[in-house]
Structure formats: structure tokens, C-alpha cells
Design a protein around this ligand. Sequence first.
Ligand SMILES: Nc1ncnc2c1ncn2[C@@H]1O[C@H](COP(=O)(O)OP(=O)(O)OP(=O)(O)O)[C@@H](O)[C@H]1O
Ligand SMILES: [Mg+2]
Length: 284
Amino acid sequence: MRSWLRGLPPSGAKRASNGYSIHGVDGRSLDQSGAMIDLQGITKVYETDAGPFLALKGIDLQVMPGEFVSVVGKSGSGKSTLINMFTGIDHPTEGEAIVARTRIGQLDEGQMAVWRGRNMGIVFQFFQLLPTLTVIENVMLPMDLCQVYDPDERYERAHHLLDQVGIAADADKFPSAVAGGHQQRAAIARALANDPPIVVADEPTGNLDSKTADAIYQLFESLVAGGKTILMVTHDSELAERVPRTLTLADGEIVNEVVRAPASGQVLNPVAKHRVPDLPDAEE
Ligand SMILES: Nc1ncnc2c1ncn2[C@@H]1O[C@H](COP(=O)(O)OP(=O)(O)OP(=O)(O)O)[C@@H](O)[C@H]1O
Ligand SMILES: [Mg+2]
């Protein structure tokens, strides 16, 4: 494990006994699937002026606990839509998402907000820090919303998270006064606020120079080493290829899947179960 993850504040003291922080939805937590993210036949149809648009076409996907998965695909292929389906930001038209042992489609809006806050840290391309809050207040916000940690623990935990991502000195600055790479580190600290098992990132390095992108990627590697499950959408094919498992989306379908040995980046097992005939081989 990398040094920045060592010594994180203790987590879990107030967590549910099922280990995945499913609060207030007793009877809906599931144990039969070992997957952390289990998508079953997810279809998404958007109603547009031009008629229904099929953005996702029956996606089946299992991501196991501790996996680091990258998702690539052209603009418009459905990557963000896919994320929206299992973060509860939007609902599938058909199919079911079972995440951290919860059928998220069964949660009402209030349950969903709390469930998401406790189980999932989300990192976006443009950081999406609240501009009127300082960096440390941004990190404390999810803790205030979800109340996993006692009020008197929150400041200290937020400070520690900022320290661990290397930007403790920025704690009291407003986001506008902080460089992009540091804003993204702050967004990662915010994503970790409630110690969620899952981190989801939609183009987290899309707005960063390559050196900063590399540093952010290393933070993700550290998180995986610490036991998090990460799904990262990226346009950066070099970055995607450093991740042990890469899925390619095209026109709302998973059209390729590659699994690599984490250390060497060598392709071990190109699964390609959804491969379409006219795509190049993943091993190229
Ligand atoms: N709310 C919406 N209403 C109608 N169509 C939508 C909506 N959201 C997305 N789409 C369409 O669904 C398709 C997939 O969009 P999505 O944003 O998931 O793509 P993406 O792979 O994330 O693209 P990018 O790389 O540009 O972020 C696109 O054709 C998009 O125009
Ligand atoms: Mg997108």
C-alpha cells in the first residue's frame, strides 16, 4: 500500500453489520452475489424530439470487490449513462443494478441519497467542488449529509484525508484559488469522506496535464491497494491500459473486454465475449 493511504482514520465503527453500509433498507441487502457492482440486462432509452434513443443495450457486467476497471469508448458510446445507472443518478429503462448488495432500483430518493453517500465516492472530470465552500468544507459535506462519522470527528477526518492526498495546505482555500490537479485531489478526498467501498470516476484526468493525470492515477492505484473497488471512465487509452481490466463501450454495448496482469500490463486473458467482428483485437 502506498504511504498516503496508511493511517487513514478508522472507519466502520458505525457501519452496518453487513459490511457494506446498507442503512435503513433492511431486507433489501443481498448476499448471494459476490459482485460489488452487478448489472443485469441494463437498457436505457432516452426520449428525444427525434423519438426514443437507445443509449444502453442490455448491459451485463459484474465488478468484483477490489477490482480496478477502466471503461473506454468514443464520445456518445454510453459511458456516462452507464455510470448513471449504477450510481443511482438515473434509472435504467429495463434491467437491474445490484450494487454493494443492494437493489438500488428499490430505494426511494431519500434512501438513495444516503445509500450513495455511504457506498460510493464519485469523481468527475470538472471536479464539481462547491465554489462557496472551502476545500475542507467540501470534504466534510458528505460526512454531514450521511452522518457516518460523529460531528466532532469530521473536521479531523477531512483534514487527514486532505493530508493523505497531499493537499493539506489547501484546506482553507476556496476551490478557485487551487490548481486543477489539487482540485481533483480534493474531489478524491471528498469521494473518500465516508470511506465508501466503491469509487466511480468519470474522466477524472480529462482536464489535467499528463503529469498530474499520472499522479491522480497513482492515487487510484493506492485506493485499490487499500481495498476499494474502482470503475474509471477515461478517454486516455494509455491510462486505460494500465488498469487490470478494460471494457470498451460502443453504441451502448460492451464490445470488448481485456484483463491484464496488474504488474506488467501484459494481456493475460482477453475475454472479448461481447466482441463484434469489425473491431481490432484488444492485444494490439
Ligand atoms: N438526457 C439525455 N437525453 C437524450 N439523449 C441523451 C441523454 N444523455 C445522453 N444522451 C445520449 O446518449 C448517448 C450516450 O451518452 P453518454 O453521455 O453516456 O456518452 P459518453 O460515452 O459518456 O460520451 P462522452 O465521452 O462524450 O462523455 C449519446 O448519444 C447522448 O447524446
Ligand atoms: Mg461521458
